[in-house]
Unconditional design. Structure first.
Ligand SMILES: Cc1ncc(COP(=O)(O)O)c(C=O)c1O
Length: 374
């Protein structure tokens, strides 16, 4: 098949949930049980989350955003303190930090898109309370130097692992370094529609998170703190469980697709394919290339779209460079030239496990054609 006959081929989406008969059966069993809110399915889901992160505890919550809120709250991060994160991330990261009452500072990233520990070190001061590394696109950050900075300066670490289920650094899972915050949103590697969890080895923090998530109740009508309703439903957990049981297979399929795409794109000079530093296991939530400077990215994406191939821009600007944050008194507009460059040149291509080799060839051919067009 060549590009000329793709008009009848199905559209290649940037993401596609893997919902089979097992999901249908488990969701139906929850509906028939009459127990829809947090219950036994959430407990099963949490056990799978501990296996995913290699931690002693996982506390399921309603989404990845409140996982970040919960992690910052249980660590008592708040006004007068600073949190250092990446400027190359989704708004949820900065929103959670600002909601905590803390100020936010931005360290630059490396050319693998993850936060640069040297840049983090340069920002640490007397008010710094926490680092929020973002395992962007499924590639874990360089956690060894980050954890050593945290230990030296007595900082908390909250991993934004929303995009990085079962990624690894030197054999250790994301979500096991600091408090791990995962998302199970509809486009994520594993989805429950909406969902999240916080992972930790710390029993006391896990217990406080459980209380906090459930209106501050220790036992029924015994309120230990001002709490929230951050609970996940059994319906959502039932959507995720069969996928979680196939997590290794799903991650492997993404990795295999990434290897195929990298070899297909090798001959396109205007494209820099993604890097995977030694010791890190990428789980390919997104496959993101950098286009040559000066390439009209919107035109490339539009051309691919007309071939029936979706491409996405994650993210088109620094996270703070929006009306909501630009002049916010707790947002420091730190200079991050590498991140700025990446926001102008990044383009994410379909990589999900539902794609065939032929689909990946179509992605590569479509990108090549878009770049060649005048
Ligand atoms: C990097 C990052 N952080 C946090 C979140 C928030 O997760 P959720 O959409 O489940 O609230 C997302 C998800 O979109 C994300 O990509």
């Amino acid at each position: 098949m060549t590009l000329s006959d793709t008009s009848t081929a199905p559209r290649i989406r940037i993401s596609a949930p893997l919902l089979g008969r097992e999901v249908e059966a488990l969701v139906l069993s929850v509906l028939r049980s009459g127990h829809l809110a947090q219950g036994p399915m959430v407990e099963r889901f949490e056990a799978l989350c501990t296996a995913m992160a290699g931690t002693a505890h996982a506390v399921a919550v309603a989404n990845g955003t409140v996982a970040l809120d919960a992690a910052l709250a249980v660590l008592e991060i708040g006004p007068g303190q600073e949190v250092i994160t990446s400027p190359f991330t989704f708004a949820a990261t900065i929103n959670a930090i600002l909601r905590s009452g803390a100020s936010v500072r931005f360290a630059d990233i490396r050319d693998d898109f993850t936060i640069d520990p040297t840049s983090v070190a340069a920002l640490i001061g007397p008010s710094t309370a926490a680092i929020v590394p973002v395992h962007l696109y499924g590639l874990p950050c360089d956690m060894r130097p980050l954890m050593s900075l945290a230990a030296t300066h007595g900082l908390s670490v909250v991993e934004d692992a929303a995009q990085a289920h079962a990624a690894e650094v030197d054999g250790r899972r994301t979500g096991s370094f600091g408090l791990g915050c995962f998302s199970f949103y509809a486009t994520k590697n594993i989805t429950s529609g909406e969902g999240g969890c916080v992972t930790t080895d710390d029993s006391m923090l896990a217990e406080r998170l459980r209380v906090m998530r459930n209106q501050g109740m220790r036992t029924r009508y015994d309120y230990a703190m001002i709490g929230q309703n951050w609970r996940m439903t059994d319906v959502a957990a039932a959507i995720a469980i069969p996928q979680m049981e196939r997590l290794d297979e799903i991650s492997r399929a993404r990795r295999d697709n990434a290897a195929v795409l990298t070899s297909l794109l090798a001959s396109i000079p205007a494209v820099t394919t993604p890097l995977v530093p030694a010791g890190r296991r990428h789980v390919w939530h997104q496959y993101t290339v950098l286009l040559e400077p000066g390439v009209d990215r919107d035109r490339v994406a539009a051309s691919m779209s007309s071939d029936g191939v979706d491409a996405g821009v994650y993210y088109p600007g620094l996270v703070w460079d929006h009306d909501a944050y630009r002049n916010h008194p707790r947002v420091h507009r730190d200079d991050t030239p590498v991140a700025l460059e990446c926001t102008s040149r990044c383009l994410s291509l379909p990589i999900h496990p539902g794609l065939t080799t032929r689909d990946l060839e179509r992605v590569a051919e479509s990108l090549d054609r878009a770049l060649l067009a005048p």
